[in-house]
Design a binder for this molecule. Structure first.
Ligand code: MV4
Length: 450
């Protein structure tokens, strides 16, 4: 075998369903696992199933899952040769990736340089322009002052959107519909950016009023081989939290999919990117505009796995170990349709978080149903973390079968003792606009307010 050996032991620097997802991939690859956990997660499923576990601190994330020194110590003590950061927490932290490398261990992700490059949204956009990826028309770089903001807005044309350079997730974003709103929007975006990211730099784009959020999954090795695994439509969201995701997007045809795919492959290969990644686009009136690139595995990765048959976490681990990608673009065939319903422990109407004990638990099953969840009967959901507690991921031979199966599986799902947003998903699976695929990024919020 010419390929490099895999890791012997991976430390999983995360919690909840994603820690379990990574653990399962490791087990199937014959790699030993180390779970790390806060005191609040001692009874967690990923801790129970891991070969070894280390408590890394108290409940607050800052002192545990974000505690770089504690995680590195846990890796040293257990002799782990690689660290998988999962999603959120330290997964896009270039400083952490660098520290892991300096410790002589492998960070399962891209290089710190690529994380940094994509973390700075102006640099990310400039990079994509050079690589011939279409971007939203906007300012060339940062907006320096109010006069610069006004001049740029008039050049771009209204409405315009001011965004934080270090942003993401919608924080530090302000729209201006006309000249008189520019200075206020600029000042607000600046102060929000400063408060949220410690960096008040902002830039400007033309504001797209009714786009879809379509993202492309990529996978690359360190030898310049880059492929894409098609797109996901993540337009059904609330307050920048995705709720329901689909693959493929109901809005695209094969011609436009392949055109976008080849642009993306070439860009990723030329960047020298290694690992899994996602390019986020806004799609409006048949046009794509690059927004941001995520340099991690994403929560919604399983829908891509179902329509391609490829285990993204295993591939991510293999390329991090320095292996050459064995899959080519010709091997990728998008077959059927997949939908992910994110089950949050929140009230389905008020969205008030609902931690506490799961008194009864029964997960759906049958053909085409996958559950990624760390829940079990008697588990106490701690109040300190993200409210995502399960993902219902459904496959169908076509979109219509997939939606009928989502509806059927939701009716089987029993989670008692806490509130979940299952009733919201039941509603979505019946909505005419969802059935026809006619929705954009504002659809859900409009629906909830009506
Ligand atoms: C935009 C946009 C409209 N026009 N950029 C939101 C989060 C950040 N990642 C980028 N976002 C947006 N950028 C232009 N030029 C609308 C959004 C946006 C959005 C994007 C994707 C998914 C949900 C969203 C909800 C509100 C606004």
């Amino acid at each position: 075998m010419s390929n490099k050996p895999l890791f012997e032991k991976i430390l999983i620097a995360n919690r909840g369903e994603i820690a379990l997802r990574i653990l399962r991939a490791c087990r199937e690859m014959g790699i030993k696992t180390v779970a790390v956990h806060s005191t609040a997660d001692a009874d967690s499923m990923h801790v129970r199933l891991a070969d070894e576990s280390v408590c890394i601190g108290p409940a607050p994330s800052r002192e545990s899952y974000l505690n770089m020194a504690a995680i590195l110590s846990a890796a040293d003590i257990t002799g782990a040769d690689a660290i998988h950061p999962g999603v959120g927490f330290l997964s896009e932290n270039a400083t952490f990736a660098r520290m892991v490398e300096e410790h002589g261990k492998v960070f399962i992700g891209p290089t710190p340089e690529h994380i940094e490059m994509m973390g700075d949204k102006i640099t990310a956009k400039k990079t994509m322009i050079e690589l011939k990826v279409p971007v939203v028309p906007g300012s060339e770089g940062a907006i320096k002052d109010e006069a610069h903001a006004l001049a740029t807005a008039e050049q771009i044309g209204f409405p315009v959107l001011i965004k934080a350079t270090s942003g993401g997730g919608g924080k530090g974003m302000k729209v201006a519909y006309n000249k008189s709103e520019v200075s206020q929007a600029f000042k607000l975006a600046r102060s929000e950016a400063k408060a949220n990211f410690g960096n008040d730099e902002v830039y400007m784009e033309r504001y797209l009023s009714r786009p879809r959020h379509i993202e492309v999954q990529v996978l690359a090795d360190q030898y310049g081989n880059a492929i894409n695994l098609g797109e996901r439509d993540c337009s059904i969201q609330r307050r920048h939290q995705k709720i329901w995701e689909e693959a493929p997007s109901p809005a695209l045809n094969n011609e436009i999919r392949e055109k976008l795919g080849s642009i993306v492959n070439e860009a990723i290969s030329k960047m020298g990117y290694r690992g899994v990644g996602t390019l986020e686009f806004l799609y409006e009136n048949g046009e794509f505009f690059f927004m941001e690139m995520n340099t991690r595995i994403q929560v919604e990765h399983p829908i891509t796995e179902l329509v391609t048959g490829i285990d993204l976490v295993k591939e991510q681990i293999k390329v991090a170990a320095g292996q050459k990608l064995e899959i080519t673009q010709q091997d990728i065939k998008i077959t059927g349709h997949a939908i992910e319903c994110r089950i949050n422990a929140e009230h389905a109407e008020s969205f008030i978080p609902s931690p506490g004990e799961v008194t009864r638990y029964h997960a759906p099953g049958g053909w085409g149903v996958r559950i990624d969840s760390h829940l079990y009967q008697g588990y106490r959901i701690p109040p300190h973390y993200d409210s995502l507690v399960a993902k219902l991921i459904v496959y169908g031979h076509d979109r219509s079968e997939c939606i009928n199966r989502v509806d059927r599986a939701l009716k089987e799902y029993v989670i008692d003792g806490i509130d979940t947003i299952i009733p919201l998903h039941q509603r979505l699976a019946q909505e005419p606009d969802i059935l026809s695929g006619d929705y954009d990024i504002h659809w859900l919020e409009k629906k909830l307010n009506s």
